[in-house]
Design a protein around this ligand. Structure first.
Ligand code: NAP
Length: 249
């Protein structure tokens, strides 16, 4: 793979497994050093870090809960200390707590908002100062097709992912003149542990709603993120790129 990100340092949240893991691997393959965040999956994070080192890249593992503002601040300080700067931030960490609206508890709503939306806010807020100072940066937020279209049984998740889109566009407007681009990627249904828990019937129903009639792969998302992080995307900001087999069009 072309070393288009050589000399760059990238922070990827929730990078031990799933989509985040593949994003971290692809950015490293493109030449970036990686600050690898995880919350609970220590073993998976260490295994991903080992893979990154095989590409000849450096990696700093940072366990932290992205919903904890102070912990995020410390993670960004450690990353900046280790690599001198952070060029790329990928806000990937996310959870679901699905339920029908009338049955959804306040705890289920808050847990999803705290990690998916507020976690993204904390990371952007704490990294912004140094990106503004260096007058360059790439911020890529992982939203979802569910945040674009809505989805029955996922009011909390859809609200958080629609919130990520609003946050992306506002941040893009605030930082555009400082050389920082902010974009969102909205994956459709991607083969990971998050979708593996869905029943066969739900998976069938989803497949029927995908024009391309197949789930996406983690590589589909990671390649889009790598493009947005590269110089080739220098004039793109405030956009939501759907990678969903045609679901949202
Ligand atoms: P996943 O397999 O369930 O992985 C979730 C990741 O988020 C894990 O690495 C997890 O880390 C991390 N995470 C969760 N809570 C965290 C917290 N408080 N602090 C730090 N990290 C945390 O999910 P995925 O499918 O890879 O999804 C990744 C992102 O893509 C999410 O934002 C998700 O909403 C979005 N997305 C996924 C799909 C899909 O079809 N899979 C579709 C649209 C959007 P630990 O294991 O270490 O806790």
């Amino acid at each position: 793979m072309d070393q288009v990100l050589e000399g760059k340092a990238a922070l990827v949240t929730g990078a031990g497994r799933g989509i985040g893991r593949q994003i971290a691997l692809t950015l490293a393959e493109c030449g970036a050093d990686v600050i690898l965040n995880y919350r609970g999956s220590k073993e998976a994070a260490e295994e991903t870090a080992e893979r990154i080192r095989t590409f000849g890249r450096e990696v700093l593992i940072c366990p932290c809960d992205v919903s904890d503002s102070e912990a995020v601040k410390q993670m960004i300080e450690s990353g900046t200390q280790r690599f001198g700067k952070i060029d790329i931030l990928v806000n990937n960490a996310g959870i679901t707590r699905d339920n029908l609206l009338m049955r959804m508890s306040e705890e289920e709503f808050d847990a999803v908002m705290d990690i998916n939306l507020k976690g993204t806010f904390h990371c952007i807020r704490h990294i912004a100062r140094q990106m503004v100072r260096q007058r360059s940066g790439r911020i890529i937020n992982i939203s979802s097709v569910s945040g674009v279209l809505g989805n029955a049984g996922q009011a909390n998740y859809c609200a958080s992912k629609a919130g990520v889109i609003g946050l992306t566009k506002s941040a893009a407007r605030e930082f555009a003149s400082r050389g920082i681009t902010v974009n969102a990627v909205a994956p459709g249904f991607i083969d990971t542990e998050m979708t593996a828990v869905l029943s066969k019937e739900v998976q069938e129903d989803i497949l029927n709603r995908i024009p391309m009639k197949q789930f996406g792969r983690v590589e589909d998302i990671a390649q889009t993120v790598a493009f947005l992080a590269s110089d080739a995307a220098r004039y793109i900001t405030g956009q939501v790129i759907s990678v969903d087999g045609g679901m949202a069009m």
